[in-house]
Write a protein that binds this ligand. Structure first.
Ligand SMILES: Cc1ncc(COP(=O)(O)O)c(C=O)c1O
Length: 391
C-alpha cells in the first residue's frame, strides 16, 4: 500500500525541450471529432489533412504480393526505390538527382525533422512564412533552431520584401511550401524568382515542402527548380501521403545534397531505421505507375463547389486555392475570436474546421474539402447559418 501511495504522487520529469511542445492541433481536433462521431453525433468533419477513400486498389494489389518480405532494408530505403525517386525527381524538376541524394522516411514529418536536425545549430534561425502548417515550428525548435515568422501577403503569396527584412546573420533556412497548407495557395512564380534572387550567394537553405505538388489546379504552378533556385541550396521534402491517399502508411522522402542525405541517413539509422517495407513497396508501385494522383478531377470539382457555396455567404472572405485541398476562410468580419467561433460552430452547428490559431493565423479557419459533396454542402449550409445566425 505504501509503495502504491508513493507512485501516485510521483510526477514524471520531462526534458526541457518538450516544455513548449504541444500535440499537433489538427490531429488532436480530428481525433476529438472522430470520438464525437463514434459517440453517435452527426458532425461534418472538415478538419482532415488527408484524402477520403481507401488505399488505391492498384497499390493494395501490388503490395499484397510482397508481404513475405520482412527484413530490414538499407536505412535510406530500398535501392530500387531510391533509384525510382531520383529518376522521377530528375524528370519533374528537370535537374539531375542521384539515388545518393534520396532518403526514404516514415512520412514527410520525419523527413522534415531529420532535415532540421541535420542543418541547424542552436540559435540558428529559420524563416517560416505564415500562416504555416502546424509542425514546422515545433520541429525547428526541437532541433534547437529559432522560428522567425514572416506573414504571407493578403493574397497568400510570399512577401519577399518582408523576408529580406527578416534575414539576419543567423538565418540558416527558409520554408517554401507551395501548394501551401493551410491556404491551398500556389505561390506566384514572380515572388519565388524574387526570393531565389534574394538568396543567391547567401548560406540559406530552402526547405521546399513539395508534399502537395501533385495536387495542383492552376497552370501557373512551376517546380521550384525552374524558378532560379540552385539545386545545392534546396532540401526537397515529399511523399505519398497526400497524392496517393497513403497518410497512414507513413512513407515520404527527402532529397538533398549527398552530404546532407548521408547525415540524415546516419541520424535515422539510430532512430527509425528504414521506413516500413510494405510502405516502400507502395511507393515503388506508385512511382512505377507514374505517380498519377487519382483524385485531381474530383478535388477540383469539390473546390469549385465550396468556392460557390462560400461566395454566397455574406461577410466571409477567401482566396480560391490553386492546389492542395484547403480553403483558409477569413472570419475577421464575423468574429474577433476565431478559436471560440470554431468551437461554437462545432458544438452548435456540427461543423468542424481548424481554427487559424493552429497555423499562427488567428482570425481565420481552415476548411478541408477532402470530403464528399453531401458533407461539403451540409457543412456550407451550417456555416451560412452560423454566420447569419438564422436559427
Ligand atoms: C505541408 C505539409 N508537410 C508535411 C506533412 C506531413 O506529411 P506526412 O503525413 O507524410 O508526414 C503535411 C501533412 O499534413 C503537410 O500538410
Amino acid at each position: 500500500m505504501r509503495i502504491l501511495a508513493t507512485i501516485k504522487v510521483m510526477k514524471p520529469v520531462l526534458a526541457k525541450r518538450l516544455e513548449s511542445l504541444e500535440e499537433s492541433a489538427t490531429l488532436a481536433l480530428n481525433a476529438r471529432v472522430k470520438q464525437m462521431v463514434a459517440a453517435g453525433e452527426t458532425i461534418y468533419n472538415l478538419t482532415a489533412g488527408e484524402l477520403d477513400g481507401d488505399t488505391p486498389a492498384y497499390i493494395q494489389q501490388a503490395v499484397a504480393k510482397t508481404l513475405h518480405l520482412n527484413k530490414y532494408t538499407p536505412v535510406p530505403g530500398m535501392p530500387a526505390l531510391r533509384e525510382a525517386i531520383a529518376r522521377h525527381a530528375s524528370d519533374f524538376y528537370d535537374v539531375p538527382f542521384s539515388p545518393a541524394q534520396a532518403v526514404v522516411t516514415a512520412g514527410a514529418k520525419p523527413a522534415l525533422g531529420a532535415a532540421f536536425l541535420a542543418l541547424l545549430n542552436p540559435g540558428d534561425e529559420v524563416i517560416v512564412p505564415t500562416p504555416a502548417w502546424v509542425s514546422y515550428n515545433h520541429l525547428i525548435e526541437l532541433a534547437g533552431g529559432r522560428v522567425v515568422e514572416v506573414p504571407l501577403t493578403d493574397r497568400w503569396d510570399l512577401d519577399v520584401r518582408a523576408i529580406a527584412k527578416a534575414i539576419t546573420p543567423r538565418t540558416r533556412a527558409i520554408i517554401v511550401n507551395s501548394p501551401h497548407n493551410p491556404t491551398g495557395a500556389v505561390f506566384t512564380s514572380a515572388s519565388q524568382r524574387e526570393l531565389a534572387k534574394l538568396l543567391t550567394g547567401r548560406p540559406i537553405t530552402v526547405i521546399a515542402d513539395d508534399i502537395y505538388n501533385k495536387l495542383v489546379f492552376t497552370r501557373s504552378f512551376q517546380p521550384i527548380t525552374k524558378l532560379g533556385f540552385k539545386p545545392d541550396q534546396l532540401v526537397i521534402i515529399n511523399g505519398w501521403s497526400k497524392s496517393q491517399a497513403l497518410t497512414g502508411w507513413r512513407i515520404g522522402y527527402v532529397l538533398a545534397h549527398p552530404d546532407v542525405a548521408a547525415a540524415i541517413t546516419a541520424l535515422l539509422s539510430h532512430f527509425t531505421g528504414n521506413a516500413a517495407v510494405p510502405s516502400q513497396q507502395a511507393a515503388l508501385t506508385a512511382l512505377a505507375a507514374g505517380d498519377v494522383p487519382g483524385k485531381l478531377e474530383t478535388l477540383r470539382h469539390r473546390r469549385d463547389l465550396v468556392a460557390q457555396g462560400l461566395k454566397r455567404i455574406p461577410k466571409l472572405n477567401f482566396v480560391t486555392p490553386g492546389g492542395a485541398f484547403y480553403f483558409m476562410i477569413d472570419l475577421r468580419t464575423v468574429t474577433s475570436d476565431s478559436a471560440a467561433w470554431c468551437e461554437q460552430l462545432l458544438t452548435k452547428y456540427h461543423v468542424a474546421l481548424v481554427p487559424g490559431e493552429a497555423f499562427s493565423a488567428p482570425g481565420f479557419a481552415r476548411l478541408s474539402f477532402a470530403a464528399d459533396d453531401a458533407t461539403l454542402q451540409s457543412a456550407i449550409s451550417a456555416i451560412a447559418q452560423a454566420v447569419t445566425k438564422k436559427d
